[in-house]
Design a protein around this ligand. Structure first.
Ligand SMILES: *Cc1c(COP(=O)(O)O)cnc(C)c1O
Length: 461
């Protein structure tokens, strides 16, 4: 107990390399009913491993449908994770003081990875399994470049070639992420590109197309489907991606033990759902198994793209074009195009099916927050804790601050834990806009969502 008493007063809770988790946690093992099947868009029947084999290595397909509770992390993957893991857990003492809250605020900081976010946690695992199954080249899409840079890094570390289709507006407006990817050896092209049939078709219709994530996905999938040496890699949404991120929550639990504390509220921002799931699923496990049922778990999304809070829980395509299998999720409609938010990583029309199931069953909550209030929270955080958060992560911070103020009002001494999923060093343009008073709030786009939801395919349950 003496050691604990001194540990408690720390600001950083650090673990040793040997404490990097040895297993990924698979939440599907603790579901009372299985997750809804993924359906073939043509037949409406559940898809099998053979349908996915042109795109993903078999080991990842197995992980996608596994119901085993724990899956061993290969030593080769853990060796690379050692470059930045275990990531630190901080107690936000200065922010607590500024807010005058009796709450204890903790954050797990994933910005310490070389790419500056949580995304390399799965990129490394995915590159490893591809390499092991003799794949020599990976294709992917990227919006602002966070996922592309994570996969470029992982590909480089395993000696794989990597081709990134980067949405053209970002390619032109945000050169630094592209340069990062090229530094790590990836080939980056502006999408739509003349390198694929999908890209050529769009360019034929509109040579000045600014591109979209949907178009870039189509190009990357076509690239992998038409080449024997290449597979496709996705940075969020899929079950195996969420599972690879659970090392975040496992570490955080150990670190909270060092702080002699337990989380009452767990918060993460949710775009496709992977950093939120990574932190929260090990805590959701305790709710599902009855070990600790009182923990509140909150996913935070932008008001302008509110898939959990305003979307419909139904089968829809994962991409904009309608090429992917159908998955049951909270969706705004695959044709929904969100406003040009600065939190590019949160502009997705759907949400990870595993996160949606937990939301549907009331295990987790969700809140949508507007852009300006989000940046106000980011400023308060940067000016008290120092770290400039990614605009995505700032969504979580908004709700953390609101929860801490609620604790103050109610006189509650709760422990609030959140995921600081990345730093904002490549998002300073957004901070510039905020500081100049030029940032906009986008209203909840009710009419656009209603229209996009009419395009959701009819599927017999
Ligand atoms: C990509 C990204 C997100 C959103 O993706 P999720 O899969 O929902 O985690 C959030 N934060 C950062 C820093 C990102 O790079």
């Amino acid at each position: 107990m003496a050691a604990r008493a001194t540990d408690k007063n720390r600001t950083k809770f650090l673990l040793d390399e040997k404490d990097i988790p040895t297993k990924w946690y698979n939440i599907q093992a603790d579901f009372k009913s299985p997750a809804p099947p993924v359906l073939h868009p043509g037949t409406g029947q559940p898809i099998g491993p053979a349908d996915l084999a042109p795109l993903f290595p078999m080991e990842l397909i197995k992980q996608e449908v596994s119901r085993a509770r724990w899956i061993e992390i290969p030593d080769e993957v853990r060796d690379i994770l050692k470059l930045w893991r275990p990531s630190p857990l901080f107690r936000a003492r200065r922010l607590e003081k500024v807010l005058g809250t009796p709450a204890r605020i903790y954050y797990k900081y994933e910005g310490v990875s070389p790419a500056g976010s949580h995304k390399p946690n799965t990129a490394v695992a995915q590159a490893y399994y591809n390499k092991k199954e003799k794949v020599t080249r990976l294709s992917t899409e990227t919006g602002a470049g966070q996922w592309g840079s994570a996969l470029a890094l992982a590909s480089q570390l395993f000696g794989l070639q990597c081709k990134v289709y980067m949405v053209k507006v970002s390619y032109q407006q945000k050169p630094y992420r592209r340069i990062m990817m090229e530094t790590w050896g990836a080939q980056v092209v502006a999408s739509p590109s003349p390198d694929t049939q999908a890209g050529k078709k769009i360019l034929g219709q509109d040579p000045n197309s600014p591109g979209s994530l949907g178009i870039a996905i189509s190009e990357a999938v076509e690239d992998a489907a038409t080449r024997d040496d290449t597979k496709y890699s996705l940075g969020s949404v899929l079950n195996h991606v969420l599972m690879h991120q659970t090392i975040i929550g496992q570490e955080a639990k150990k670190q909270l033990e060092k702080a002699d504390d337990e989380a009452d509220v767990v918060i993460g921002c949710a775009g496709g759902g992977s950093n939120f799931a990574g932190l929260s699923f090990p805590f959701a496990a305790d709710k599902l198994t009855g070990k600790r049922k009182t923990t509140r778990i909150i996913a935070v999304e932008p008001t302008a793209c509110p898939s959990l809070t305003k979307g419909k829980y139904t089968y829809d395509f994962g991409d904009t074009v309608g090429m992917t299998p159908l998955v049951k999720m909270h969706t705004l409609g695959h044709g929904f195009v969100p406003a040009p938010l600065h939190a590019g990583g949160l502009r997705y029309h759907g949400m990870a099916p595993l996160v949606c199931k937990l939301y549907d069953e009331g295990v987790i909550e969700a809140i949508a927050v507007p852009q300006i209030a989000t940046f106000q929270a980011a400023m308060q955080f940067a000016r008290s804790e120092g770290i400039i958060p990614a605009p995505e992560s700032a969504h979580a911070i908004r709700v953390v601050i609101d929860e801490a103020l609620r604790c103050k009002k109610e006189g509650k001494r709760q422990a609030i834990l959140f995921n600081l999923s990345g730093h904002g060093h490549f998002d300073l343009g957004a901070y510039e806009a905020f500081l100049a008073g030029k940032l906009e709030d986008y209203e909840y786009p009710a009419a656009k969502i209603e229209e996009a939801l009419r395009g959701v395919p009819q599927v017999k349950a």
